[in-house]
Design a protein around this ligand. Structure first.
Ligand code: NAD
Length: 254
């Protein structure tokens, strides 16, 4: 039905082969997109490099969004090598452990600010830099979670952070719509990834989600990838501003 042949996709957030971003990149590559992959730092590079090779990534660069200049250098390389960008996937989040594990009301100002900057504001920075490269329109996606809407035990301050991220999706979609750029949040059910291992009692959350979801199955990174690949396609051009649950129906059951 759809193809991403000839499209250029920037994928931010691959840490290893369990990352949601990897599932998305693999699906987009299978549909024909050319891929740019980033890695957090030198330590992460050796885990991400084989994945970038498997994806035949044309651009492979470091990106820590808290390091001044790295995002600009990445987009400069995309501009000079590709001259355009069709799809951006922002699949990153961070919160200092002590703030993540405490009550929301006890979260420090520094921790709150850092979590918002890395998990939310970085998406705005990426969209802003993508805008001039998406001259034929494009798709910007981020990754949220149901804890934005409802209180999920142990998700703590990431709930308000994801609520802000989803609001950013709506405002950015309104601002970018006239340029043919769509903005989305993918919202997978819980998945066993490196980031998720920072959340206390995560295995209980996984088991509870599988029991509660109408399908009784947890979403996989391939499920998320297939959905993301469709949203990246031209056929999805008139879909924007939404939060898309990919969770076996977990979020509809009260
Ligand atoms: P992951 O650990 O594989 O990916 C998280 C990524 O964030 C890593 O690649 C890491 O390098 C990157 N990152 C952290 N700080 C960064 C920084 N300063 N600069 C650049 N990159 C940085 O885990 P994941 O579960 O695939 O997480 C991806 C996204 O999905 C996150 O936004 C997460 O909140 C969201 N999410 C995860 C789940 C889940 O259950 N795993 C569910 C819903 C949403």
């Amino acid at each position: 039905m759809f193809s991403l042949a000839g499209q250029k996709a920037l994928i931010v957030g691959i840490a290893n082969d369990q990352s949601i971003a990897y599932g998305c990149a693999r699906a987009m590559r299978q549909m024909g997109a050319d891929i740019a992959v980033t890695y957090l730092n030198e330590k992460a590079e050796r885990f991400v490099r084989p994945i970038a090779e498997e994806l035949e990534a044309e651009i492979f660069m470091p990106l820590d969004v808290s390091r001044p200049g790295e995002l600009e250098a990445l987009y400069a390389e995309i501009g000079s090598k590709w001259g355009r960008l069709d799809t951006l996937l922002h699949s990153i989040a961070f919160c200092p452990k002590e703030d993540l594990h405490g009550r929301v009301v006890d979260c420090s100002s520094e921790g709150f600010g850092l979590a918002m900057d890395i998990s939310v504001h970085s998406f705005l920075r990426m969209i802003r830099l993508a805008e001039p490269l998406m001259h034929e329109g494009g798709t910007c996606m981020t990754v949220s979670f149901y804890g934005s809407e409802k209180v999920v035990e142990h998700y703590n301050v990431m709930g308000p952070v994801k609520a802000a991220l989803e609001s950013v999706v709506r405002y950015a979609a309104a601002e970018m719509g006239p340029k043919g750029i769509s903005v989305h949040a993918l919202s997978p059910g819980p998945l066993k990834t490196r980031a998720a291992s920072g959340i206390a009692e995560f295995d209980d959350l996984l088991n509870a989600a599988a029991a509660r979801a109408p399908t009784h199955m947890l979403a996989t990174i391939d499920d998320v990838g297939a959905y993301a690949a469709f949203l990246a396609s031209r056929e999805a051009f008139n879909v924007t501003g939404g939060v898309h649950p990919i969770d076996g129906g977990y979020s509809i059951v009260g």
